[in-house]
Design a protein around this ligand. Structure first.
Ligand SMILES: [Zn+2]
Length: 270
C-alpha cells in the first residue's frame, strides 16, 4: 500500500488541458501541470491540439493500477506518459471532478461534500467556449459529471446506461464535431463500492475501462487524423477496502488520494 501522498495536485490538470489547446485557462485554475506541459511541447514543437478527448473512469486508484497492470494493459499501451497526482479532499466524485475541470480547490469551486450542484465558477468548458470552440460531456444521468457542469453553452449527452454513453461517445468521435469531448464511465466505482476494490466484479469493470479507452482511441486515430489530439485516461480519486468486503473513498489517505493519469498526444497525420 502507498505510504506517501503524491506531490502534484489534481488542480494542475485544467490549465494543462487549456495549454494543450492553446487557450487561456479557467479564471481560478492553479498553474499548469509541468509534466503534461513539457510533454505537449516535446510532441508538438509549438503546435497545439485542436482536439482533446478526456476519458474519465471513476475511482481507479493508483495502487490498483500498480497492482493490476495487466487489467490496464490496453490503456497503458495506448498512452505515452503517466502523471501521478494527488486528488483533493474530501475525495469523492463531485468534489474531485469539480477540481479537475476548474483547476480550483474545493473551497473555491464550492463543492466540499458529496452533493451535485451546478458549479458557478469558471471551468475548462467555459474557457473552451470563450475561445470559440465546442465542448461536450457524455455521461450517465445519475453521476456527478452529468450534473455539476450543466447550464453552459456546450452540449450534453446524458443517458441512463453505460452502453448508451459509450455508444454515443463513439458516434461523436466518428462525427468529429467537438474540440473537447469528455466521456465519463462510473462502472468500476459502482462495483468497487459493492464488492471491494479488488473483487472480481470490480476488477472486471476496470478491464472494461481500459478496453473502452482503447476502442475510443482507435476511433480517434481513424477519424481525427487532421487534428493534433490529446487523449487522457483521467480518474477522479482512488479507493480503499473497508470492513465487510466493500469499497469506499473520501478519506485523507494515499489509497484514496493518489491517482495516476495516462496521456498521449496523437500528432495529425494529414
Ligand atoms: Zn468518483
Amino acid at each position: 500500500m502507498p505510504e506517501k501522498l503524491n506531490e502534484t495536485s489534481l488542480d494542475t490538470v485544467a490549465a494543462a488541458i487549456c495549454y494543450a489547446m492553446g487557450i487561456d485557462p479557467p479564471e481560478f485554475a492553479a498553474g499548469t501541470n509541468p509534466v503534461l506541459r513539457s510533454y505537449v511541447d516535446e510532441k508538438l514543437h509549438g503546435e497545439k491540439c485542436s482536439r482533446v478527448l478526456m476519458y474519465n473512469p471513476d475511482a481507479v486508484a493508483e495502487w490498483i493500477c500498480r497492482k493490476y497492470p495487466a487489467l490496464l494493459r490496453e490503456a497503458a499501451e495506448r498512452t505515452d506518459i503517466e502523471v501521478p497526482l494527488r486528488s483533493v479532499m474530501p475525495s469523492v466524485t463531485p468534489v474531485c471532478f469539480g477540481t479537475m475541470y476548474t483547476g480550483a480547490q474545493p473551497a473555491v469551486h464550492g463543492i466540499m461534500k458529496y452533493e451535485k450542484p451546478v458549479i458557478r465558477i469558471d471551468t475548462v468548458f467555459d474557457a473552451v467556449t470563450r475561445a470559440g470552440k465546442k465542448a461536450a460531456i457524455v455521461a450517465d444521468s445519475e453521476c456527478s459529471m452529468g450534473r455539476i457542469f450543466l447550464e453552459r453553452e456546450m452540449d450534453y449527452y446524458i443517458y441512463d446506461t453505460l452502453e448508451e454513453v459509450n455508444a454515443k461517445a463513439m458516434e461523436l468521435i466518428t462525427e468529429d464535431r467537438y474540440d473537447l469531448l469528455v466521456v465519463y464511465n462510473g462502472n468500476y466505482d459502482h462495483w468497487m463500492h459493492k464488492y471491494s476494490p479488488e473483487g472480481i466484479e470490480a476488477l472486471s469493470e476496470l478491464r472494461c475501462n481500459s478496453e473502452m479507452f482503447a476502442a475510443l482511441s482507435v476511433l480517434v486515430e481513424r477519424h481525427w487524423k487532421k487534428h493534433n489530439t490529446l487523449l487522457g485516461f483521467a480518474m477522479d480519486h482512488g479507493c480503499h477496502e473497508i470492513d465487510g468486503k466493500c469499497g469506499s473513498h473520501g478519506l485523507d489517505m494515499p489509497e484514496d488520494l493518489n491517482i495516476v493519469h495516462l496521456y498521449k498526444i496523437l500528432p495529425r497525420t494529414v
